[in-house]
Design a protein. Structure first.
Length: 355
């Protein structure tokens, strides 16, 4: 059942929790950089890109090109994971180098680093907090009942069924991310690195679209681009959805300690190393929120420390399988979507009316 926390009364005194856990983590050496690991990740991505390019050239005018398109959608999502880690200063030795790398990798994916960074920073500071976390603001999908109730027209029709439509709608999320990035770069004032990012994104699309439409027949070229963007959107959305959706919502005026706020609003995905590879380390969402600059390689060891501390201090620690997390997300979105239904369509309202 989804909970809404509105004040300090719901939480144990945990003001020292983060300091204590951080001390253990630092003493264990889990905050050290892992340059060899990220060098291997980067090399693997380059080899995969080379394989996609080679396959594209060899296949020629064949509908098997759509397999290459799907592979590129997966590859760009993995690059996005690495950009996310660079933005959190996990990859290179110093902050400026990490930020430059994150901007380049985001451009390779077709996204604006400055847009994503401003949004993601707010999310990390106040996950699932109403009015402060942009990740729960309405964007076709409503994550709060008040937003669902205000929906109108086609959006209202979607909201009523948004749990079941969530994954189909993710096929458009790749286009949405490109749109939001370009809108930010073209309309916002005082964007740091605006022209660098616009140049990177323009070069990225030129390098993809030019050979695509020169080599393949027109219909096949459009199909290739559509599959690539759709796979990218589904993979991105499916990787981020399990992290916080369906977890407790924090009232805008609540005053919570950092440790409780981060742990109670985050959900881990079990599965070990394969889940870490598949989700780019986002499967350890609790630990990532507590130690955002920690290397993906060390999150599993940090999990053991955090779990023990939560158990000793009676703090709920949530983790589940990937498939079960998707079920939770779908049920949560359907429950929120009830607010967009007319009174006679809502079972809860009908039951209330009979009393």
């Amino acid at each position: 059942m989804r909970q809404t926390y509105s004040g300090n009364a719901d939480f144990p005194p945990m003001t020292r929790a983060y300091k204590d856990v951080m001390h253990v983590v630092r003493e264990t050496g889990l905050l050290r950089r892992t340059p060899v690991f990220y060098s291997l990740v980067g090399a693997a991505l380059l080899v995969a890109l080379g394989g996609c390019v080679t396959g594209f050239i060899l296949l020629g005018h064949s509908w098997f090109q759509l397999l290459i398109a799907a592979a590129l959608g997966i590859l760009f999502t993995q690059v996005a994971f690495l950009a996310h880690e660079a933005a959190h200063r996990q990859v290179l030795a110093d902050g400026p180098s990490n930020f430059r790398l994150a901007r380049i990798l985001a451009g390779v994916v077709g996204m604006s680093y400055s847009w994503w960074d401003s949004k993601h920073t707010k999310h990390h500071g106040n996950p699932n907090m109403v009015g402060k976390d942009p990740d729960i603001e309405v964007d076709t999908i409503s994550f709060l009942e008040k937003d669902a109730a205000r929906s109108r027209g086609l959006v209202r029709w979607i909201t009523r069924r948004q749990g079941w439509l969530f994954f189909p709608l993710l096929t458009l999320e790749g286009l949405n991310l490109h749109r939001l990035s370009l809108t930010h770069l073209l309309t916002q004032k005082n964007v740091k690195g605006r022209w660098t990012e616009l140049g990177l994104i323009t070069a990225r699309f030129a390098l993809i679209l030019t050979p695509l439409f020169l080599i393949l027949p027109l219909g096949m070229a459009f199909a290739f681009f559509g599959v690539m963007v759709a796979v990218f959107g589904v993979y991105m959305g499916a990787s981020f959805a399990p992290n916080h959706k369906g977890m407790p919502i924090i009232a805008p005026d609540a005053r919570l300690d950092f440790f409780s706020k981060q742990v109670r609003t985050s959900r881990n995905v079990t599965g070990g190393w394969w889940a870490t590879v598949l989700l780019g380390g986002l499967n350890y969402q609790v630990e990532h929120h507590l130690f955002p600059s920690m290397s993906r390689l060390n999150l599993s060891r940090a999990r053991e420390i955090v779990r023990d501390y939560c158990a000793a201090n009676d703090v709920p620690y949530t983790e589940t399988t990937l498939l079960r997390s998707y079920g939770i997300v779908i049920r949560h979105l359907n429950r929120v979507g009830l607010a967009a239904r007319d009174p006679f369509d809502c079972p809860a309202a009908a039951q209330f009316g009979r009393r």
